[in-house]
Write a protein that binds this ligand. Structure first.
Ligand SMILES: Nc1ncnc2c1ncn2[C@@H]1O[C@H](COP(=O)(O)OP(=O)(O)O)[C@@H](O)[C@H]1O
Ligand SMILES: O=P(O)(O)OC[C@H]1O[C@](O)(COP(=O)(O)O)[C@@H](O)[C@@H]1O
Length: 310
């Protein structure tokens, strides 16, 4: 079983706005509403891959109920802590003319100390019955930046493998707890290491530095340009097939889901990266915060190009 932890879930509202213009009145052509938040997307993809999965974290209000029902309708097991307040709405504006995606993410509702304490206990219980735990996304107000580090230590103490996908201080401190895998995107690497990642050499240097900071495997995702996975002495570069993009929201989460699956099944780094690239590319073809289905992932698998770097 894999557990996905989303401390800050969201109802993702995606609007298609041709010729979107800042400071002007914009008209929505199409609207999608999906259960979102990083770990929740990871759970949706794991379900497509046929993996047993349970989604946990904090939910509140009508949006929380909507998310919970949407996951139940997909037969995804959940074990959320329900609180008073309201789960955030994250707005995604897609302009099909310019190809630009604009994201406006709310901060989320306030979590009290006692609820965080309650969640640490839940993490321990879940870790005892899961082989992999995935910790993803931003931290809501009231949750200190060392929280992922604390949760990772609890999971590791139970012999559970851990994946961390977050940014900023939470990522920097979380790395200190020695997660088995992290998956920053280009912007997150640049922010964390205070560097520019432009050439392949920058990418390789960044991966080496991140490995030295305490993670077992690092996967740096680069949008349409693919990804680099590094573990020990091995580095593999992946390039996805070119696609007609729907919305890339959830593409990174799909990559994380495939690595969690690969970790549970003990797949090699190359097999994991191929699956992760196929799954994330499949999601990038789907509108809204929907994820690529099993059939599309299978179709993309042989089209992923892998190159071993020496
Ligand atoms: N336009 C695209 N075409 C093909 N694959 C894509 C595209 N955008 C994203 N992907 C796939 O999704 C992965 C994650 O995307 P990225 O944007 O880097 O992550 P995040 O969503 O975390 O910012 C990429 O490594 C790639 O495999
Ligand atoms: O917790 P954060 O960093 O605000 O991110 C939440 C957002 O990220 C998503 O999980 C998408 O993430 P990715 O595009 O990185 O896969 C959305 O569903 C959600 O609105």
């Amino acid at each position: 079983m894999i557990a996905t932890v989303t401390l800050n879930p969201a109802l993702d509202k995606t609007v298609i706005v041709p010729h979107f213009a800042v400071g002007k009145t914009n008209r929505v052509q199409v609207k999608y509403v999906d259960p979102g938040g990083k770990g929740i997307n990871v759970a949706k993809v794991l379900k497509q891959l046929g993996s047993p999965v349970i989604a946990t974290g904090f939910l509140a209000g009508n949006n929380g109920r909507y998310i919970s029902e949407a996951l139940a309708s997909r037969d995804i097991l959940t074990d959320f802590v329900y609180l008073t307040g309201e789960t955030r709405v994250n707005l995604k504006i897609i302009d099909p003319v310019s190809g630009m995606e604009t994201e406006i993410n709310e901060p989320g509702f306030l979590i009290a100390d006692e609820h965080l304490k309650q969640f640490k206990q839940k993490t321990r219980e879940l870790a005892e019955r899961c082989s992999v735990m995935v910790f993803s996304g931003s931290l809501p107000p009231g949750v200190p930046p060392d929280t992922y580090a604390a949760l990772i230590r609890i999971a590791k103490g139970c012999g559970t493998k851990t994946i961390l996908d977050t940014s900023g201080e939470a990522l920097e401190i979380g790395l200190g707890a020695g997660p088995d895998l992290i998956k920053p995107n280009r912007a997150e690497v640049q922010e964390l290491l205070q560097i520019r990642v432009e050439k392949e050499k920058d990418l390789i240097d960044a991966a080496r530095r991140l490995l030295a900071m305490g993670t077992g495997t690092v996967v740096i995702s680069l949008g349409a340009a693919g990804a680099l996975a590094a573990s020990g002495d091995r580095m593999i570069r992946a390039r996805p097939p070119s696609i007609k993009t729907g919305s890339t929201v959830g593409a990174g989460d799909s990559m994380v889901a495939a690595f969690a699956y690969a970790m549970m099944k003990n797949l090699s780094l190359g097999e994991a990266l191929r699956l992760a690239t196929a799954a994330s590319t499949a999601t990038a073809t789907v509108d809204g915060s929907g994820v690529g289905d099993f059939q599309l992932i299978q179709e993309f698998l042989p089209q992923v190009e892998l190159e071993e770097l020496h």
